[in-house]
Design a protein around this ligand. Structure first.
Ligand SMILES: Cc1ncc(COP(=O)(O)O)c(C=O)c1O
Length: 370
């Protein structure tokens, strides 16, 4: 009889059981100091996370959405400006532009890597383009050097959205250390996830990080004045203390993600399934294992019948979302993003998946027939 014990898409409780005592000890230390908001544990985490990313500075914030918002704000993005963003991303990348009063200009993705397409991006640059936000989606680094070459030729800064790419390597360098600013989410299911919401901006630019630290704390000055309209976008110390624990385990978790995706890469041989390609000189962080399947609904039913929980990231490219109904229509088609959104499926991938579960997932993929 077919094994139908459910395989979850992601099961954080397995990780939490393993590291429970370390998390509780870290949270207990915070309770002992009552240093709860942007305090010593946040400062400690900022130092450690900057070092992990290979940059000098980090500003811990309340979530990844605000990390993108504040990174663009630190670059002076505002009304009348355009920010180029791949249409295939989580919507929050685009909120960063919108919250600053700028217009998101969506660009297409590469048909093989499913990451930002540099040639398509270049077509969409206008006099109003003031930033490019590249997204290392699914943990796969986009072609940074090509994007940066185009951006430099037009004098435009590149921001990295690394919400799905903690620890990914591009030509030997960590994502987050490549552009002007790197933005991270520590949403619980991310490769490095808090026990609640949290985020961070990293950079080699001390002044920009100083600005972000000011914005996130109401723009408060030493004399009790407020230098500008500020925000409360601080990270909580309990999250920072737990993230510091998890950061110590991140390399091991990433290694396991890479092992499992390697097993999928080699093991899934069904010609109806197309896998994501990536540059040989990068080492993806493998946050999500995404495939293309022509008959997606039938594939999802097939996997669900076998007890395997798959997801879709994301069913709509940003340019087709109601939220962007007021944004001027794209000047060029976004056909690859639309095709991708209609065919992508995400398989379960988390470090604690067992050998048996991995084999069942591969077997289920290979049993899907035409
Ligand atoms: C690519 C991307 N950007 C930004 C975000 C926003 O992060 P958060 O949920 O922490 O606000 C996410 C989170 O899902 C994401 O995947």
């Amino acid at each position: 009889m077919m094994n139908k014990v459910p395989i979850p898409f992601c099961d954080l409780s397995r990780q939490h059981r393993r590291l429970y005592d370390e998390y509780v000890r870290a949270a207990g230390e915070v309770l002992g100091t009552a240093d709860f908001c942007n305090g010593r544990f946040v400062k400690g985490f900022e130092k450690d996370f900057a070092a992990f990313c290979g940059v000098s500075y980090a500003a811990a914030v309340d979530n990844g959405t605000d990390a993108v918002f504040l990174a663009l704000k630190a670059l002076g993005i505002g009304e009348g400006d355009e920010v180029i963003i791949p249409s295939n991303t989580f919507v929050a990348t685009a909120w960063g532009a919108v919250y600053n009063g700028a217009t998101p200009v969506f660009c297409d993705i590469d048909p093989d890597t499913w990451e930002i397409d540099p040639a398509d991006l270049e077509k969409r640059i206008t006099k109003a383009t003031k930033a490019i936000v590249g997204v290392h989606l699914y943990g796969v680094p986009f072609d940074f050097d090509r994007v940066k070459g185009i951006a430099d030729a037009h004098g435009i800064p590149v921001v990295e959205d690394c919400a799905q790419a903690h620890g990914a390597l591009y030509k030997g360098k960590k994502t987050g250390s490549l552009g002007e600013l790197g933005c991270f989410s520590f949403y619980p299911t991310k490769n490095l996830g808090a026990c609640g919401d949290a985020g961070c901006v990293v950079s080699g630019d001390r002044e920009k990080i100083k600005l972000i630290n000011s914005f996130k704390t109401h723009c408060t000055t030493a004399d009790g004045d407020h230098s500008d309209v500020g925000f409360n976008m601080r990270m909580d110390d309990i999250q920072a203390a737990i993230l510091s624990v998890k950061l110590r385990h991140l390399d091991g978790a990433l290694q396991r993600r890479r092992e499992i995706s390697g097993i999928y890469d080699r093991g899934i041989t069904n010609p109806l399934i197309v896998k994501q390609k990536y540059n040989e000189d990068s080492s993806p962080a493998r946050h999500l294992y995404v495939i293309h399947v022509s008959e997606r609904d039938r594939f999802l039913r097939h996997m669900s019948d076998l007890g395997i929980d798959c997801r879709v990231h994301y069913p709509l490219p940003c340019h087709l979302m109601k939220a962007f109904g007021d944004v001027p229509a794209p000047r060029f088609p976004l056909g690859v993003s639309e095709y991708h959104a209609a065919h992508c499926v995400t398989l379960p991938l988390f470090p604690e998946l067992t050998r048996e579960e991995i084999e069942r997932i591969i077997d289920a993929c290979d049993r899907f027939g035409g």
